[in-house]
Ligand binder design. Sequence first.
Ligand code: FES
Length: 85
Amino acid sequence: MRGALYNGVEGIIGECGGGLSCATCHCYVDAAWTARVGGPSSPAERELLDGAAAEVRPESRLSCQIAMTAHLDGLVVRLPEKQYD
Ligand code: FES
């Protein structure tokens, strides 16, 4: 989420600043990267994703919960069509 915000990636809002309370950092992690980002969404993420503005898919994650490391260089994520209703 911060990487997107600091680099002008449109479509990530991050309204709560990574506090796991807004779901405006929703993204779809490419299936090939699921394990490397720590797996699918956590129960806390899924609870928030229930209120996401866009379709929630098995590959949905809250990007603020993905800890970026050099190991994730090349990570492929796609963004939902909207973060707000
Ligand atoms: S920035 Fe709010 S839940 Fe991720």
